[in-house]
Design a binder for this molecule. Structure first.
Ligand SMILES: [Ca+2]
Ligand SMILES: [Ca+2]
Length: 184
C-alpha cells in the first residue's frame, strides 16, 4: 500500500474518531488501528447501527449520498447513492439498504466524514447531522435537528422544526432558526 493511501486512511480514522467523540459515541467503535480501519472502510464505507435509543450512521472518507427515510415509532431505512451501506448491531441488511426499527428511538446521528457529501434526514426523528470536511449538502427532517457543515463551502437547511446549524469554516449557506458560522 502506498504512503498516500495510508495517509488518507489515517486521516479518515482521525476524523471519524473526532466525530464519534463529539457525538458521544464510543471512540473505539471504528477502531484506531490503521490497517483494520482501512480494510473495513474499503468493504463497508457506511455502517448503520443502533446504540440505545439512537440510530447511528457512520460514513467514511468517500463521497456519500445518504438518505434516511421513515418515521419515529416504526422503522427507518438508510440508502447511499454513492457508497455501500452495511447493517451493524440492531439493524438489518435488506439488499442495498439497511433497515432499523425506530420503536424506542429518539435520535438519529449521521456522520458523513470526508468527501463532498449529501445527507438528507427525511424523517420526523430529531437528528444530529455532520457533513464533515468537503462541500456538503445537509438537510434536516421535520423535527428539531442540529446540522454541522465542517470545513468546505456547505449548503445546510434544517427543514421544519426548531433547528440549529453551525456552518463551520468556509462560505456556508444556511436556513435554520439558529445559525452559527453561516455566511449566506
Ligand atoms: Ca464521506
Ligand atoms: Ca428540522
Amino acid at each position: 500500500m502506498s504512503r498516500s493511501i495510508w495517509g488518507k486512511a489515517l486521516l479518515a480514522g482521525a476524523a471519524l474518531t473526532g466525530s464519534a467523540l463529539l457525538l458521544g459515541a464510543p471512540a473505539h467503535a471504528y477502531g484506531a488501528s490503521a490497517p483494520h480501519a482501512s480494510t473495513r472502510a474499503a468493504l463497508a464505507p457506511v455502517v448503520v447501527s443502533r446504540t440505545g435509543s439512537t440510530i447511528v450512521v457512520r460514513a467514511g472518507a468517500e463521497a456519500n449520498g445518504l438518505d434516511v427515510n421513515g418515521s419515529a415509532g416504526a422503522s427507518l431505512t438508510v440508502t447511499d447513492t454513492l457508497a455501500q451501506v452495511t447493517a451493524g448491531a440492531g439493524c438489518q441488511q435488506l439488499g442495498a439498504l439497511v433497515r432499523c426499527s425506530t420503536v424506542g428511538v429518539t435520535r438519529l446521528s449521521v456522520t458523513a466524514s470526508l468527501g463532498d457529501d449529501a445527507v438528507r434526514n427525511n424523517t420526523n426523528i430529531p437528528s444530529a447531522l455532520s457533513g464533515g470536511p468537503g462541500r456538503d449538502r445537509v438537510f434536516g427532517g421535520s423535527a428539531a435537528d442540529t446540522l454541522s457543515g465542517g470545513t468546505g463551502d456547505d449548503i445546510l437547511s434544517g427543514g421544519a422544526g426548531t433547528d440549529h446549524i453551525n456552518g463551520g469554516d468556509g462560505v456556508d449557506t444556511c436556513t435554520a432558526e439558529t445559525e452559527i458560522n453561516c455566511e449566506l
